[in-house]
Design a protein around this ligand. Structure first.
Ligand code: C2E
Ligand code: CA
Ligand code: CA
Ligand code: CA
Length: 276
């Protein structure tokens, strides 16, 4: 038994070493990925809850690694944040997304809204509002067509600084959404200090709507309090008609999830737009 345990431990530490090697390989690969054009922005539709028409999309980053194939953002974004290279990657995503939104505007969808994820590092450790203005300027997109998504947890890392940066962003006219709401520890009243416009209810609550009365209660109270704070609500991860109907009947404004479409490359999204 002791020998087994030892073998187990040995295996475990070898596995850890292997994971670590893979991670540090990825870290150096990340530096080249931008230069080698291995990134691609995918777009997931966001629909109006009342009539289910596409009102916009969320930009979601994809990495086509030359050896390992497609790598999920949940795997490489944390590495990019740790290295600080998220600042460059994030600026690139923003530019791509704004450029693409302007293309869709020109193609006959002038009210199309684009949402871009911005990590805390990007928000607080670069001159983000300057990057934002410059990008809008150079792509020709109007500020009202853009919104940024900042996670609830990243809002709380440096409250004072974050508020002042978000205020600059608001002055430009760009919308602000609180992402993954309900997973952090902030109260909704606390949220009132931040100049935000939208609240995205995290997928974990939406997922259990059909089965858990707790998730229903939490979702209802989030929607009600959000509306009291004059925020509009987006439900993420909507996969079933039951979930969509629940959100619609309870006055949630926007829906996003596989029920309406997975994230897809720009050209596929163009097809989706033209069918609706
Ligand atoms: P997120 O911002 O919460 O994005 C939603 C995630 O849920 C996306 O995963 C999306 O593909 C997935 N999703 C959407 N609808 C459904 C559904 O109905 N069911 C299920 N099971 N999943 C759904 P993805 O694309 O893998 O992105 C994961 C996370 O990586 C994002 O979570 C976001 O935090 C981060 N991320 C992605 N792109 C960027 C980026 O450009 N910049 C930054 N800073 N973070 C990004
Ligand atoms: Ca998001
Ligand atoms: Ca989210
Ligand atoms: Ca989420």
């Amino acid at each position: 038994a002791k020998a087994d345990r030892k073998r187990g431990l040995l295996f475990f530490s070898q596995q850890m070493k292997q994971d670590q090697v893979q991670r540090s390989e990825l870290e150096s690969d990340l530096r080249n990925a931008l230069v080698n054009a291995e990134f691609e922005v995918y777009y997931q539709p966001k629909v109006s809850a009342t009539d289910r028409t596409i009102i916009g999309a969320e930009a979601l980053l994809r990495w086509h690694h030359p050896v390992r194939g497609m790598i999920a953002p949940t795997e490489f974004i944390p590495l990019a944040e740790k290295q600080g290279i998220i600042v460059e990657i994030g600026a690139w995503v923003l530019r791509q997304a704004c450029q693409q939104a302007q293309i869709w505007h020109d193609a006959g969808y002038p009210f199309f809204q684009i949402a871009v994820n911005v990590s805390a590092v990007q928000l607080t450790e670069s001159d983000f509002s300057a990057v934002l203005s410059k990008t809008l300027d150079e792509t020709g997109l109007n500020a009202q067509s853009l919104e940024i998504e900042v996670t609830e947890t990243s809002l709380m890392t440096d409250v004072e600084l974050t508020i002042s940066i978000l205020e600059q962003i608001k002055m430009i006219g760009v919308g602000i959404a609180v992402d993954d709401f309900g997973t952090g520890y902030s109260s909704l009243n606390y949220l009132n200090m931040f100049p935000v416009d939208y609240l995205k209810i995290d997928r974990t609550f939406v997922k259990d709507l059909g089965t858990s009365s707790d998730s229903k209660d939490i979702t209802l109270s989030i929607i009600n309090m959000a509306h009291r704070l004059h925020l509009q609500v987006v439900a993420e991860g909507v996969e079933t008609e039951v979930q969509a109907t629940f959100m619609q009947e309870n006055a949630c404004e926007y829906l996003q999830g596989y029920l309406f479409g997975k994230p897809v490359p720009a050209d596929e999204f163009t097809v989706l737009l033209s069918h609706k």
